[in-house]
Design a protein around this ligand. Structure first.
Ligand code: NDP
Length: 333
């Protein structure tokens, strides 16, 4: 088998020299384990944080060992009663083609219900993040006006559509290209969207698309977006702080919003989310979202990069915005 090791901690933007594709022997699984041939691998923004040697909610990747991450594959050998050869499983030993997985940490997934890659995206961790972050953490309610940043990505694209499906008054989003803006308004049903890379400041563009202010902000980006949202939130507005990708490759701490004072006057509520806290929503989430997908009401996109040798490039591409919807690395061929 082959796996990607982290061999050096990136300083700022990761470079190819920080990673190495190494070979390892594949053997029969020991008791309580299964051998999985991976088919689809996930690359996610949080992995950038794990490349740093800092204490966080997930431990850093160890140097000179395979990195981990979401993956879906087929069981090709089993030493655990719960799994048979041919089963498809979701597990956390990505960044490699063959995975020796502890059976306790594998979840069966059904290829006849949905394409296998969706268990890493719209029906998986990012989808649940959108669902929990909007409905539980932000206490979204019918009639709210919602703003989501990173709106053409895996999480953001679902947030906007879910808000619309549950009766938002108005949904607006921001993303980093003209094509993405077109997708948001013409395919995903956003009422308006803007390209944050355009010259005008985010706050000005946001005011234009949400002249009556916003009630909910779903933050995937941090930085200038968060400051603009605080300025634009209405009284008793709520924000879910989900991610701050604009700062993930900074080498110095990024300055906070300059308008924190207005949180007081407007009695705003800003709440962080970790998707792991919301596992209790999983069944309800899968039922509701898969029904929306079957009826065609909820759309999702995936950007698929082929080949394990391109895993690092796919990860860097995702950080740069080369993905529309969920970035997936397919290694099945
Ligand atoms: P995406 O699919 O949204 O991919 C990342 C996107 O970020 C890129 O496509 C790019 O789109 C955008 N981006 C990159 N740099 C910037 C920047 N400087 N300013 C604005 N946008 C930028 O990733 P996910 O949907 O998987 O994750 C979205 C966010 O949610 C991340 O911040 C992630 O860390 C967070 N997250 C948090 C979880 C939690 O439990 N708290 C769980 C899952 C995700 P563009 O072309 O628009 O720039």
């Amino acid at each position: 088998g082959r796996a990607w090791n982290l061999v050096r901690r990136p300083n700022g933007w990761p470079v190819p020299e920080d990673f190495d594709l190494v070979e390892f022997p594949v053997s029969e699984p020991a008791a309580g384990r299964i051998l999985v041939r991976n088919l689809h691998l996930s690359v996610d923004p949080y992995m950038r944080g794990r490349m740093n040697d800092v204490k966080s909610y997930v431990p850093p990747f160890a140097l000179n060992e395979p990195m981990t991450g979401g993956a879906v594959g087929e069981v090709i050998a089993t030493n655990d009663d719960r799994f048979a050869v041919g089963d498809h499983v979701l597990h956390d030993l990505g960044w490699r083609d063959y995975a020796d997985v502890r059976a306790d940490y594998a979840t069966k997934v059904d290829a006849s219900l949905a394409p296998l890659s969706t268990y890493l995206g719209v029906l998986g961790m990012p989808g649940l993040t959108a669902y929990a972050g909007l409905f539980e953490v932000a206490s979204f309610k019918e009639g709210d006006t919602v703003f989501v940043s990173g709106a053409a990505g895996a999480v953001g694209s679902q947030v906007g559509q879910m808000a619309k499906l549950r009766g938002a008054k108005r949904v607006v989003g921001s993303a980093g290209s003209a094509d993405k803006i077109k997708l948001l308004t013409e395919s995903y049903g956003f009422d308006a969207a803007f390209n944050y890379k355009d010259e005008a400041p985010v706050v000005k563009q946001l005011r234009e698309v949400a002249p009556e202010g916003i009630d909910v902000y779903f933050d995937n980006v941090g930085g200038e977006h968060l400051e603009a949202a605080i300025s634009t939130l209405n009284v008793h507005g709520r924000a879910t702080l989900c991610g701050a990708i604009s700062g993930y490759n900074e080498t110095e701490p990024v300055p906070g919003p300059r308008n924190m004072m207005s949180i007081i006057g407007k009695r705003l509520r800003l709440t962080g989310i970790l998707v792991g806290d919301h596992a209790h929503l999983k069944t309800q989430f899968v039922e509701e979202v898969s029904a929306w997908i079957r009826s065609g009401e909820l759309k999702y996109d995936e950007t698929v990069v082929e080949g394990l040798e391109n895993n690092v490039d796919a990860f860097l591409g995702m950080l740069r915005g080369h993905n529309t919807g969920k970035m997936i690395v397919s290694v099945g061929k």
